[in-house]
Design a protein around this ligand. Structure first.
Ligand SMILES: NC(=O)c1ccc[n+]([C@@H]2O[C@H](COP(=O)([O-])OP(=O)(O)OC[C@H]3O[C@@H](n4cnc5c(N)ncnc54)[C@H](OP(=O)(O)O)[C@@H]3O)[C@@H](O)[C@H]2O)c1
Length: 299
């Protein structure tokens, strides 16, 4: 089968399409025939060597939407032919989801949303689980104020929707040209990129990874949730500082799928790109300015 891999660190040009053996599901795992797979910032980080793995062939891709092709020993409740979504965690792994087939732990998958196509479904797992857990980490009571930075991005946009759903008063920080977009996702307030909110907020969900400047927007005793593990700014003024690190969770993913199907969570796809041009997708992601997830499709 074909899979996107890197055999050395560097820019998007290091992404190759390799011919590799079809992976075999072990006990507790399922194999998915990949239909679509999101390209996330973490894929660029793996490619450029942020997580190490020098000298190894590294697979790319964490998000997947597709159809179960084979079920490993000891797996119950799943069968070939079911359409699923899943998160294959792993910064350093020989094969990822940017491939014709992917093997995942059965506990990491959920039945795919029925209301959207595979490309949109492939935008859900990593970003949806991240946004949902980040909103949970805020731990704020309904009516509290939260500022979401990077609100026009994929995680930020989902976080805006989930925070509104949790009853929070959401202000979005994004580029001026994105005000209409973030308001359409439910943000009541708007702060143009490069400026500060009018007053302190109860919490900041820092999807733009601004760090200290974003912490400075939080009131004394409030909460800051960072999305870059082990890199959050130091706590000050009694602010609780939390760090979100995504983990596979099929049950939680299933709850997010329900929100997609009930129309309460909107997924955004910037564009679809054939697997064969994975390197081109990396280049577009690295260039910035995308609105929605770039998704690889596998014919
Ligand atoms: N810890 C975890 O579990 C976890 C999981 C998933 C993602 N992440 C991280 O979360 C971040 C967001 O991911 P994503 O998939 O949502 O990426 P994305 O779709 O590219 O969104 C990032 C957004 O932030 C905006 N932005 C960048 N710099 C900004 C600034 N100075 N002020 C305001 N907005 C700014 C970007 O705008 P432009 O495109 O115009 O620059 C973009 O809209 C990434 O750093 C990613 O690595 C962490």
């Amino acid at each position: 089968m074909r899979a996107a891999v890197v055999n050395g660190f560097g820019g998007p040009e290091r992404v190759e399409i390799a011919e590799v053996p079809v992976p075999v599901p072990a006990a507790g795992q399922i194999r998915i025939r990949v239909h679509a797979a999101g390209v996330n910032p973490v894929d660029g980080a793996v490619r450029s060597g942020v997580f190490g793995g020098e000298g190894q062939r590294l697979g790319l891709g964490w998000d997947v939407a597709g159809e179960i092709d084979e079920v490993g020993p000891g797996v119950s409740g799943w069968e070939a032919g079911q359409r699923v979504v899943g998160l294959q965690y792993g910064p350093v792994k020989p094969l990822g989801t940017h491939a014709e087939y992917a093997v995942l732990d059965a506990s990491a998958v959920a039945v795919a949303p029925a209301s959207v196509d595979a490309a949109a479904a492939a935008a859900l797992p990593l970003s949806g689980l991240t946004a949902a857990r980040a909103v949970d980490l805020l731990g704020l009571a309904p009516g509290s104020s939260v500022l979401v930075t990077g609100a026009a991005g994929v995680v930020g946009g989902l976080a805006v929707q989930l925070a509104v759903r949790a009853g929070l008063k959401v202000t979005a920080l994004a580029g001026a040209e994105d005000e209409g977009l973030v308001r359409s996702l439910g943000a009541a307030g708007f702060v143009p990129r490069g400026t500060a909110p009018a007053g302190p907020v109860d919490g900041v969900l820092d999807a733009a990874v601004l760090g200290e400047p974003a912490l400075s927007f939080v009131r004394d005793g409030g909460v800051y949730v960072g999305l870059r593990p082990h890199a959050a700014p130091a706590a000050e003024r009694g602010i609780r500082v939390e760090e979100q690190e995504v983990a596979p969770d099929g049950a939680h993913l299933a709850r997010l799928v329900s929100l997609v199907d009930s129309g309460e969570l909107t997924l955004r796809v910037a564009d679809t790109v054939p697997l064969a041009d994975a390197a081109g997708a990396h280049a577009r992601l690295a260039a910035g300015g995308l609105r929605g997830r770039l998704v690889l499709t596998v014919a």
